[in-house]
Design a protein around this ligand. Structure first.
Ligand code: GLP
Length: 240
């Protein structure tokens, strides 16, 4: 059963999730974080930047959820770049301890297997931050993804490419594929924290939280997890 918390604003959600992550790091200085991209987790990273000032984070490790396939890792919109600029640098993490799937690998299947193996070797993710796509995806697990899926290549839906077109010159420049942790991979994290804000997410939030468990709405996978916290603002909660 997911715990659902409705807060007035994204900043309030950022404070709640930021406090949970800071507590985790205080208990476990070598915590393994699962970090996400997109606009949704930004209030969490903002909050954490203040909360972690002066805290020793030199042993904190982090794994990103996903990465585009087919754009250079130094491209401004690669998740490698985004995690570096929005998470690693502001939070003062050791870049060597922050990993993003290698969307440029010649052998993407190998890169996917290696990524899952690296997560396992770390001891597993303690807390995984998640956003949600307007089609109900988490990571880049698009509708139809198996609940048992592992890190692998997924084809992005036209809806997702349209949603992400705002970060590229045009929708045609949005990559067609991504390397993403699978739903099965994500479900192995010890605590899931899913965030959603704004009207554009209200339908996906309602389907994820109140609809039937279905691969058509990948975020319903959270109901298979024993410890999931969902934090949404009032607008995203409007259809609940
Ligand atoms: C992308 C990411 C997801 C993210 C989603 C929503 O598809 N792969 O991890 O949850 O975008 O993005 P935003 O938070 O900007 O709405």
């Amino acid at each position: 059963m997911a715990e659902i918390i409705v807060v007035p604003t994204p900043a309030d959600a950022g404070r709640l999730a930021g406090a949970a992550i800071a507590d985790l790091i205080a208990r476990r200085p070598d915590a393994v974080l699962g970090v996400a991209t997109g606009s949704t987790p930004l209030p969490v990273y903002d909050d954490l930047q203040h909360r972690l000032a002066g805290v020793d984070v030199s042993r904190v490790r982090a794994f990103a959820l996903d990465e585009y396939v087919g754009i250079d890792r130094d491209h401004a919109e690669s998740y490698h770049s985004i995690i570096h600029h929005q998470v690693t640098v502001p939070l003062g993490l050791d870049p060597d301890l922050v990993q993003v799937p290698d969307g440029q690998a010649d052998d993407l299947e190998r890169a996917a297997l290696d990524y899952d193996a690296a997560i396992r070797a770390s001891g597993g993710i303690d807390l995984q931050l998640l956003g949600i796509g307007s089609d109900g995806h988490i990571g880049f697990n698009e509708p139809g993804s198996s609940f048992a899926s592992r890190t692998r290549v997924k084809t992005l839906t036209p809806q997702t490419r349209q949603d992400n077109a705002r970060f590229f010159p045009s929708v045609d420049d949005v990559p067609l594929h991504a390397l993403t942790q699978g739903l099965g991979t994500i479900l192995e994290a010890r605590h899931l924290v899913l965030l959603a804000f704004g009207e554009a997410k209200a339908e996906a939030v309602a389907l994820a939280l109140e609809g039937p468990l279905t691969a058509r709405v990948p975020a319903t996978a959270i109901h298979l997890h024993p410890h999931c916290t969902v934090i949404v603002d009032e607008v995203a909660a409007a259809h609940l």
